[in-house]
Design a binder for this molecule. Structure first.
Ligand code: GLA
Length: 381
C-alpha cells in the first residue's frame, strides 16, 4: 500500500500532525466457526491491512474520510449520533464500545484506507476496527490492552454492524506476530505463538471474487443453531456451556431432540475443534501431509455439514485435489471469498495457472491469487 497518499489526503483535509496506524487482515490455517463456540483457532496477521491517520480535533465531533470510496462523514459521539455511511459505523462503534468500558473519547479527524480485499474472508472489517481502536487508544492514552482492543472490535461488530462474530479476526489483527500463527483458546483467550515456516511448502490464497449476499444473516443463523444444541445437551449435562464442552457422544444423545440441521452444524463444530488440536500436533512434527489432510476434511465439513461453501469455492477445492495440492479449504466465514491452499513449492505455478484458467472457463471470472506473508499486528507507523 502506498501510505503517502493517505497521509497527503489527511493533510489536505485536516492539516498537519496526524499519525498513521495500521492493522492487518488475517488468514486462518484451520479451526473455522469454532471461535464463537469457545473452541480453538489458528490465525495469523497478513501483509494486507487497513490504515488510518488520526489526530484529535478539539471538538466533540468526528470528521472522517474514506479514501478508497472518496466519501466523507461527520458525526457526534453519543449513542444517538450513529452515522449513515456503512464504513463510518465501524469508527462510531469502536468509540461507543470504548465509552461503554468507561473511557471518554474526545473528537478527532480520521482518514481511512486499505488493501485488504473486501468480502474475501480476510477480515477487512476486523482490520478496520482494530486500526481505529489501536489509534484512539494510543492518541488518547486510554490504557486498553491489545486483547481488550480485540473485544472492543468484536462488540462493534455485534452492536453496530449486526454480525455476531467470534473473537478470531480482531484478535489476530491486534495480536499478530511476524512469522507465527496464533493458537488461540477462544474461551479463555489464552494464546500461544506457533512459528510457521513450512519448509518446502507455500500458503496460497485463491479468491473466488464472489461474495454472496445475506452472508451475515446466514452466519448469525449458524451461531443460533450451535446455541440450540448446547441448550439441549445442557439439560442432561449442565456443565456444557458451549459446544467446546460437548463430546460426540453427548451430541448423539440429543439427536432426536434437535433439528437435523442443527445436528449437522454441531457435528461439524465438535469435529473441527478436534481437527485443530490434531493439526497442532502434526505441526509440531513438521507433518504437513497430515495438516493438509485435515484442511481437506474441514472443507468437506464446511461444505456438507455447515453449508457455508458455494459452487465457486467447491470448484477451487476440487481443482486443488486435481493438481496434488497438499491441503485446501474455504477460509473464514464462507459464502464466497478465498480458499487457503497448502502447496508444495514446486507445484505452486502449475496449480495456480491451471486452477485459474479452469475457474475462469467455468464462471467467467478471473480468480485473484495472493501469497500469504505473516506479519505483525496493529501498530503505529
Ligand atoms: C468470520 C468471523 C469469525 C469466525 C469466522 C469463521 O470471519 O468474523 O469470528 O467465526 O468467520 O471461523
Amino acid at each position: 500500500m502506498n501510505t503517502f497518499e493517505i497521509k497527503e489526503k489527511f493533510q489536505k483535509l485536516y492539516g498537519n500532525g496526524g499519525i498513521l496506524y495500521v492493522s492487518p487482515g488475517r488468514i486462518n490455517l484451520i479451526g473455522e466457526h469454532t471461535d464463537y463456540n469457545g473452541g480453538f483457532v489458528l490465525p495469523g496477521a497478513i501483509d494486507k491491512a487497513m490504515y488510518c491517520v488520526v489526530k484529535p480535533n478539539g471538538t466533540d465531533k468526528v470528521r472522517a474520510f474514506a479514501l478508497d470510496l472518496n466519501e466523507s462523514s461527520e458525526f457526534g459521539l453519543n449513542e444517538a449520533d450513529k452515522p449513515q455511511e456503512g464504513w463510518a459505523k465501524y469508527i462510531f462503534g469502536v468509540v461507543r464500545e470504548m465509552e461503554k468500558r468507561g473511557k471518554s473519547v474526545p473528537g478527532f479527524d480520521i482518514v481511512i484506507s486499505g488493501d485488504v480485499p473486501l468480502g474475501a474472508g480476510m477480515s477487512s472489517s476486523a482490520a478496520l476496527e482494530s486500526a481505529v481502536g489501536f489509534a484512539l487508544n494510543d492518541q488518547f492514552k486510554l490504557g486498553f490492552t491489545r486483547p481488550e482492543l480485540a473485544t472492543i472490535g468484536q462488540s462493534t461488530e455485534h452492536n453496530y454492524v449486526g454480525v455476531k462474530c467470534g473473537i478470531m479476526d480482531q484478535f489476530a489483527s491486534c495480536m499478530g506476530k511476524e512469522g507465527s500463527l496464533i493458537r488461540l483458546d477462544c474461551r479463555s483467550l489464552e494464546y500461544e505463538y506457533v512459528p510457521f515456516d513450512p519448509k518446502g511448502y507455500q500458503l496460497v490464497l485463491l479468491n473466488t471474487c464472489v461474495a454472496h449476499e445475506l452472508a451475515s444473516s446466514a452466519y448469525n443463523k449458524r451461531r443460533e443453531s450451535c446455541e440450540r444444541v448446547v441448550e439441549a445437551i445442557a439439560k442432561r449435562h449442565p456443565e456444557v456451556k458451549l459446544l467446546r464442552d460437548a463430546t460426540p457422544a453427548m451430541l448423539e444423545e440429543v439427536k432426536n431432540e434437535v433439528s437435523a440441521e442443527d445436528y449437522m452444524r454441531a457435528e461439524f463444530v465438535i469435529g473441527e475443534i478436534q481437527r485443530l488440536l490434531d493439526t497442532c500436533e502434526a505441526l509440531k512434527k513438521d507433518d504437513y501431509e497430515t495438516v493438509g489432510k485435515k484442511m481437506y476434511e474441514t472443507h468437506e465439513g464446511l461444505s456438507k455439514l455447515y453449508e457455508v461453501s458455494c459452487p465457486e469455492l467447491d470448484f477451487l477445492n476440487d481443482q486443488a485435489k486435481k493438481h496434488g495440492v497438499t491441503g485446501s479449504r474455504v477460509m473464514g466465514g464462507g459464502f464466497g471469498g478465498c480458499t487457503i491452499n497448502l502447496v508444495k513449492k514446486d507445484k505452486v505455478d502449475t496449480f495456480v495457472q491451471s486452477a485459474s484458467e479452469a475457474y475462469e472457463k467455468e464462471f467467467g471470472i478471473k480468480p485473484k491469487v495472493y501469497d500469504v506473508i505473516i506479519k505483525d499486528g496493529a501498530r503505529a507507523l
